[in-house]
Ligand binder design. Structure first.
Ligand code: P5A
Length: 436
């Protein structure tokens, strides 16, 4: 994308309403635009990142055996009356009426809807286990939307729902999602830690929240320091095999949010091994048995011909929140430092003297190699402006080309994450960017 023709609007001033770094940077880098309280339009840069995050989530859900569907945002209240949650959900639910005066709502989550869909088709134990997920906008009329996309009213969630024949099967599905979550967040460069958690309006008695540590996090968390050193991506995962080597590591060490904090268990840990910090919740998984399947009449015939009520779990990831969380974990005073896996563009090509034939030719050449994966700063602007924007937007690589370098066949390559700069030939610079 050529910046001279792109819609990538940056703000010079720090927006006063933004209290945390990720919110400030998302506004300044022109990633999002608030359209009303807690509701955002995603502008080109933000939208690209959101799609990259979404794609990693999708790949790991698919790898774990879940199947993607897409359910609507608007639901009928009747579904929620079947589970008994229509009245219980309270003012966080956005309630609507259609022209026939029927009660509708903008979905805050989809347990009821997916149960109804599954109920229509699942007839026997051979239809189990199954796990269905979608990535869809949700609406929760939060009392205090804040911190930009971190706590929005409209937000993008990945929600998966598992159906199993019995408790043992449901625990297995739960563990598959547990491991898939660890891998998903690790691929985004995040150290997410599963912690014992409350279940709130979703219900059930087994639940983990996945949090990353960040000073601006909304939760207080307590954990054993071993948990910060586990590298899940180096382990081969067979989702049909035994997941206990991974799951047991996490569940055998203390980690809890303040809602579930147990002082006695905490005090039993040697003081040097205790970490207490703030955390951002990026995912939450639940096992709730027959809480929805029973009242909604989901039953299948078991192997012995008797009817069985399937056991369920649900598994959420805050896809839009993740964009903010990744920035909280990857920024400095100049701007964002995108991890390669979610960067909106891999590189920016900075032309320091547009109109200079040799400089233009070299810049075009390197831009041509990366095409849609790179931004070309071909604006007729000062070098300082281009450098500042490049740091703010946080592209992992900056290929800087000026008349002196172009004459010598050299590119200055800057790595945003470390600030390291090297002068390289065009070929070597391209190879370095490709290599990551
Ligand atoms: C699990 C999937 C559920 O709703 N039902 C379907 C279950 N869980 S949850 O914990 O309530 O939400 C899942 C994740 O969504 C993100 N999230 C939000 N993101 C931005 N703004 C919000 N207001 C918001 N509320 C929840 C969180 O990451 C949460 O873990």
């Amino acid at each position: 994308m050529r910046l001279s023709r792109a819609f990538l609007p940056t703000l010079k001033e720090t927006p006063a309403e933004a209290q945390i770094a990720s919110h400030r940077l998302m506004l300044r880098a022109g990633m999002i635009r608030q359209t009303s309280a807690g509701i955002y339009a995603w502008l080109p840069l933000g939208w690209r990142v959101l799609q990259k995050v979404e794609q990693i989530v999708r790949e790991e859900q698919d790898a774990a055996g879940a199947q993607e569907i897409l359910m609507p945002t608007i639901q009928t209240a009747d579904l929620w009356r079947q589970s008994g949650r229509y009245d219980a959900y309270g003012p966080e639910m956005l309630r609507l009426k259609d022209r026939h005066d029927r009660d509708m709502l903008y979905g805050p989550t989809n347990e009821e809807m997916v149960t109804e869909i599954f109920r229509t088709y699942a007839k026997s134990y051979r239809d189990l286990p199954r796990n269905l997920y979608h990535i869809q906008w949700k609406f929760r009329d939060e009392v205090r939307p804040r911190f930009g996309v971190m706590r929005g009213r409209e937000f993008l969630m990945k929600d998966a729902y598992s159906f199993d024949l019995d408790h043992a099967g449901a625990v297995r599905s739960y563990r598959q999602m547990f491991v898939a979550y660890l891998r998903t967040f690790a691929r985004m460069g995040l150290k997410a830690i599963p912690m014992q958690a409350d279940t709130g309006p979703i219900g059930g008695n087994l639940s983990h929240e996945f949090l990353i540590l960040a000073e601006t996090g909304e939760s207080q968390v307590f954990l054993h320091k071993d948990l910060l050193d586990f590298d899940v991506l180096s382990q081969a995962v067979d989702y049909d095999g035994d997941l206990s080597p991974i799951v047991d590591f996490w569940t055998s060490r203390y980690a809890a949010t303040d809602e579930k904090h147990d002082e006695a268990a905490w005090n039993a840990i040697p003081e040097a091994d205790r970490v207490s910090a703030r955390g951002i919740e990026i995912g939450h998984i639940f096992y709730f048995g027959t809480k929805y399947s029973a009242p909604m009449g989901l039953q299948v015939s078991g192997p012995d011909g008797k009817m069985v009520t399937p056991e369920m779990g649900s598994y959420g990831i805050g896809v839009s929140r993740l964009v903010g969380a990744i920035i909280e974990a990857n920024h400095d005073e100049n701007g964002i430092r995108w991890p390669e896996a979610v960067a909106p563009f891999k590189a920016v090509v900075i032309n320091l003297k547009t109109g200079d034939a040799a400089t233009d030719a070299m810049a075009e050449k390197i831009y041509g190699v990366f095409g849609q994966d790179a931004v070309y700063d071909d604006r007729d602007d000062r070098a300082g402006v281009k450098f500042a924007d490049a740091d703010l937007m946080g592209y992992p690589w900056q290929a800087i080309i000026g008349p002196r370098g172009a004459a010598a066949g050299k590119v200055e390559l800057k790595r945003r994450a470390t600030g390291e700069r090297v002068e390289l030939s065009l070929e070597d610079a391209i190879a370095r960017i490709k290599g990551g």
